[in-house]
Design a protein. Structure first.
Length: 95
């Protein structure tokens, strides 16, 4: 069972790092540091968007509009960390 906890923890870590990459690429495009029409950038944004937009889109629907600031990644980070800590605590208490 310990291997299962480690696997879940690693999957969550990968998701968090890819979410950070998605946010950073979005900022680089918004500040015109990278060209969104380059094939590598377009492919990265497409892949990361397919992974993260379903969850971020649902959070954006629930949250009120705060102007131009998008707080949905922060909410996702908090929820992921809460669920990961909850899972680890529940699994380690049993054994």
């Amino acid at each position: 069972m310990n291997a299962f906890i480690i696997l879940i923890d690693q999957i969550v870590d990968i998701y968090i790092w890819t979410l950070l990459a998605y946010i950073i690429v979005g900022w680089l495009i918004a500040f015109r540091i990278v060209n969104p029409w380059q094939p590598a950038v377009r492919m990265a944004v497409s892949i990361l968007g397919r992974v993260h937009e379903p969850i971020l889109g649902r959070i954006r629907q629930i949250m009120p509009d705060v102007g131009g600031i998008d707080f949905s990644p922060i909410v996702v980070f908090l929820v992921i960390h809460f669920l990961r800590n909850l899972l680890v605590d529940l699994m380690t208490d049993k054994y």
